[in-house]
Design a protein around this ligand. Structure first.
Ligand code: ADE
Length: 257
């Protein structure tokens, strides 16, 4: 998979050299490139923002550096991946469609994502129109109903959620099957040795005996029950959605802005 990230803070993406994602890059499973949006400016101050037309607080990202950056990144990607390669262009944005496990799954199956980090109050709207007119597929993705200072933290989260689903990145693929959200439920509680643990306050805490029984059928049933119970308690919205999926629950695979 190829990932191009556009940002005015390339250093923010340094953690993508670490851990699982770093190893995926070194193993050649992930070709990740970070580009500095300011490299696509032409003034002495490398300006990427200006005041909002019509007035108002804050600054708006100018369209010209974005258009130049996309032209460069898309051309370079096509030169390497083939002339007909089509990226999905993702803008993290609190006004986007919710980014969920189904989104991560759908995007992990794509060969090429371009992740564009906005800052300030946002990006000039004409950038989105321009990309759509250029035939690029554009998706806006929100991590949740809160506002971050920019798209970089969201890109870290999206990258990790997507790349770990790329075949070969997580060593034991079975560990992806039963985790929270993989089937619309929260994961069951986990235990390891010692089966009897005396905590620092002196309380003796036993792991559930069934997990030591060796009866895989019963263990699976117990876990399924705990998953359901936990989901009902913590995320009743997920249970309701499983029972009656709404039209808006379909994974956002990149269409529709
Ligand atoms: N940028 C700012 N806030 C965001 C959010 N909640 N999700 C994605 N991108 C964002």
């Amino acid at each position: 998979m190829r990932l191009d990230v556009l940002t005015i803070f390339p250093d923010y993406l340094a953690p993508l050299d670490l851990s699982l994602i770093g190893r995926a890059r070194r193993d050649g499973l992930l070709d990740l490139r970070v580009h500095d949006l300011r490299d696509f400016t032409h003034d002495r101050h490398r300006t990427v923002d200006d005041t909002p037309l019509g007035g108002g607080a804050g600054m708006v990202m100018k369209p010209e550096p974005w258009a130049e950056a996309f032209a460069s990144v898309v051309a370079a990607g096509r030169a390497e991946l083939g002339g007909d390669a089509e990226p999905l262009v993702v803008f993290p944005n609190p006004a986007g469609a919710p980014f969920a496990q189904a989104t991560a799954q759908a995007w992990s199956e794509r060969p090429w994502l371009v992740l564009a980090c906005g800052r300030y109050e946002g990006i000039d709207e004409r950038v989105y129109e321009h990309l759509a007119d250029a035939g690029l597929e554009v998706a806006l993705a929100s991590l949740g109903d809160y506002v971050l200072n920019g798209g970089e933290v969201a890109v870290l989260a999206i990258t990790e959620a997507v790349v770990r689903l790329v075949p070969g990145v997580v060593g034991n693929a079975a560990s992806l099957v039963e985790e929270s959200h993989s089937d619309g439920l929260l994961e069951y509680p986990l235990y390891t040795r010692p089966a009897t643990w005396t905590d620092p306050a002196g309380a003796v805490r036993e792991a559930p005996a069934i997990l030591l029984s060796g009866d895989h059928g019963k263990i699976a049933a117990w876990r399924a029950e705990r998953s359901r119970e936990r989901t009902a308690e913590r995320r009743p919205d997920l249970l309701a959605r499983r029972e009656a999926p709404a039209a808006g629950d379909a994974p956002d695979t990149g269409h529709g802005r």
